[in-house]
Write a protein that binds this ligand. Structure first.
Ligand SMILES: [Cu+2]
Length: 234
C-alpha cells in the first residue's frame, strides 16, 4: 500500500513537473560603437523644461549600452504567441512624463492591459499616440501639470506604438503591445526574463527600435532556458 502511494505521489509530482512553466532568460549585447547621442537642444530652449535640468543638457537615448556592451531597451517576446493575454487582470503599466521626456522611452504591455500616463512635471503635456494597427485607438489628450492620470488600453498586438507630445516635439515613447504575458524589455545590464513560459518550442524575437529584429528558436522544458542575442551596429 505504501509503495502504491509513493508511486502515486511520484507520478503526480512528475506530471506536475512536466506541466510546470519555466523562465526564458538571456543577455543582450551590442557590438560596435553606436552613433553618439544627440543633445536635445530644443528642450533647453523651453524655459519650463530647462528649469528641471540646472544647465545640464539632456540627450537622446537611442542606444542604452553599458561598458561591456550590455544592451538595454531591447523588446524580447515569443513570436506568434497570441490569444494568451492576461491584460484584463494585470497590474497597470506606467508611462511617466518627467523632465519633459517620457519615462521609460521603451515599454511593453499586454493587449487590454491598462497603461497609465502620468504628468510628473510642472508644465502641460499633450499625449498623442498614433497606432498603425486596425482596432488600436488613437488618442490626443492635453494633460495639465498636476492633472489626473490618463488611462489607455490597446486590444491588438503592435510593435513600437508611437507616443509623442505635441507641445514638446522631442518627446517620444514606443509602447509594444503583446497578446500574451510572455515578453520583457532588457535592463541596463542587458538582461531579460520572460517568466512562466509553458513547456514547448518557441521562436524568441528580440527587437531594438533602431537595429531591428532577430530571432532564435528555443525549447522550454522544466527548467529555465537561456537565449542570448548580439546586435551589431551597422
Ligand atoms: Cu510634453
Amino acid at each position: 500500500m505504501k509503495s502504491i502511494l509513493s508511486i502515486l505521489v511520484i507520478g503526480i509530482l512528475g506530471a506536475w513537473q512536466t506541466a510546470s512553466a519555466a523562465d526564458i532568460v538571456g543577455t543582450i549585447t551590442l557590438k560596435g560603437t553606436p552613433p553618439a547621442e544627440k543633445d536635445i537642444t530644443p528642450l533647453m530652449d523651453n524655459p519650463d523644461c530647462a528649469a528641471m535640468y540646472n544647465g545640464k543638457m539632456p540627450t537622446t537615448h537611442f542606444y542604452v549600452v553599458g561598458p561591456n556592451g550590455e544592451f538595454a531597451d531591447v523588446v524580447v517576446s515569443l513570436k506568434g504567441v497570441t490569444g494568451k493575454s492576461t491584460g484584463d487582470s494585470a497590474a497597470p503599466a506606467v508611462l511617466d512624463q518627467k523632465g519633459c521626456l517620457y519615462s521609460p522611452g521603451i515599454l511593453a504591455i499586454q493587449t487590454n492591459q491598462k497603461i497609465i500616463v502620468k504628468n510628473s512635471d510642472t508644465c502641460i503635456h499633450n499625449v498623442h499616440c498614433s497606432p498603425t494597427v486596425d482596432g488600436n485607438p488613437a488618442h490626443n489628450d492635453v494633460q495639465m501639470a498636476g492633472g489626473p492620470d490618463l488611462t489607455y488600453t490597446f486590444p491588438k498586438p503592435e510593435m513600437f506604438l508611437k507616443f509623442q507630445c505635441d507641445v514638446h516635439p522631442w518627446m517620444f515613447a514606443w509602447v509594444s503591445v503583446f497578446d500574451s504575458p510572455y515578453f520583457a524589455v532588457s535592463d541596463k545590464d542587458g538582461k531579460f526574463v520572460i517568466k512562466n513560459v509553458p513547456p514547448g518550442k518557441y521562436t524568441v524575437e528580440a527587437d531594438h527600435r533602431k537595429l531591428g529584429a532577430q530571432t532564435q528558436d528555443v525549447e522550454v522544458a522544466d527548467k529555465d532556458a537561456t537565449v542570448n542575442f548580439t546586435f551589431t551596429v551597422k
